[in-house]
Design a protein around this ligand. Structure first.
Ligand code: COI
Length: 361
């Protein structure tokens, strides 16, 4: 262990209170919390403490002005019984991209990566083992100045918490394309994982749910016609045996998903062409009418690969050929991705990072 860290393990685990047969998503938390604080332009020595409430200043700038960013990652129980992380450097790169966009300090690699490994090692008993389950990891960076002027905070707190989870969606989802609300604008913060992006999505999602949909399909803010992403996921379309997904760039409106990148990489390694291009709702609707829309699926850390069974658009529904579960490609991707993460499919990409067993004194 190279990271200089202070570890105070709890004397009383609460793992017995968890119903591992009904984990759901994000309702249980493990025994500990990883904490690192930034003050006077320096990261202080990180610590691992018992999971507990925080005491925060009422004028906390994260609460008032939204300087708050996060990551979503998973630790998996590997086939040999060990604990592994999936592409953690991608999340480290992305949280620092989010940090730069919101004028927050970047997190040093050893604090993020070593911190995760030590934290997951301590919580390794909490990693559930059934297919579709994982220990969801939530790195979170937020501004802690108690000050009401609008400016970048000078102090920050970085936390990592963990929650044993099962599948985010238990069945194929229905998504609604609507023109009243947008998620992101060019030059905005849609490409990064800013907490406020999620707050801004709630009303549209609530209204979609009232109409029988699970999530929103977000359209671009300029033409209100180009497909961006869905809920908390990137979207993929298989049309006439060609694969399409919206282009993700640092200044764009699409979140640069780690699962998105992994899916594109796997598809290319299998010889498929992936078009990172913007499709319009008209394209999707035409493909549906011509019976050429074979599969639609979302990708994300929480959701993994989630099949879409219907797209609501202008009082009609577009139904992909495969709508009762995974389509052929979605199934192959899910099996390979989850297989790599769980050690039942060979990791030829070098995506798996083992969590060492450290000795704590
Ligand atoms: C993730 O996939 O990790 C996400 O960020 C989705 C989360 C907001 C539930």
């Amino acid at each position: 262990m190279e990271l200089n860290i202070e570890i105070n393990l709890t004397s009383q685990s609460c793992i017995d209170q968890v119903n591992f047969d009904d984990l759901g998503f994000g309702k249980y938390f493990t025994d500990h919390l990883f904490v690192a604080e930034y003050q006077n332009k320096t990261w202080n020595k990180p610590r691992i403490i018992s999971f507990d409430n925080l005491s925060l200043h009422p004028a906390l700038s994260a609460l008032h002005y939204g300087q708050s960013i996060f990551e979503g990652m998973k630790a998996f129980k590997y086939a040999d019984g060990g604990a592994v992380l999936f592409r953690p450097e991608k999340n480290w790169e992305r949280i620092n991209m989010s940090a730069r966009r919101l004028c927050m300090p970047e997190i040093p690699k050893d604090i993020f990566i070593e911190g995760l490994k030590i934290f997951v090692d301590i919580e390794r008993n909490w990693i559930p083992s059934k297919e579709g389950e994982a220990l969801y990891l939530r790195p979170l960076l937020f501004a802690t100045d108690g000050f009401l002027g609008v400016k970048p905070s000078e102090s920050y707190m970085f936390l990592i918490m963990a929650s044993p989870v099962s599948k985010y969606y238990s069945k194929p989802i229905k998504i609604l394309a609507q023109k009243q609300y947008v998620r992101a604008v060019r030059g905005g913060v849609g490409a990064v994982k800013a907490a406020g992006n999620y707050a801004g999505s709630l009303l549209a999602t609530q209204e979609a749910k009232k109409q029988g949909y699970d999530q929103i399909l977000w359209l671009d803010a300029i033409h209100l016609s180009l497909v961006e992403e869905s809920g908390t996921m990137n979207l993929f379309f298989v049309i006439d045996n060609e694969i399409y997904t919206a282009p993700a760039t640092q200044n764009g409106t699409i979140l640069m998903g780690v699962t998105r990148d992994s899916v594109i990489t796997l598809l290319k390694s299998w010889g498929y062409t992936v078009h990172e291009t913007s499709l319009s709702m008209q394209d999707i609707s035409d493909a549906g009418k011509a019976n050429k829309l074979q599969e639609v699926f979302g990708t994300g850390t929480a959701a993994s690969i989630a099949p879409v069974s219907a797209i609501g658009f202008e009082d009609a529904e577009i139904i992909p050929q495969y709508h009762e579960g995974y389509g052929k490609l979605g199934q192959k991707l899910y099996e390979n991705l989850v297989g790599i993460q769980r050690g039942t499919v060979l990791d030829t990409m070098g995506w798996i990072v083992r969590v060492p067993e450290y000795a704590y004194s």
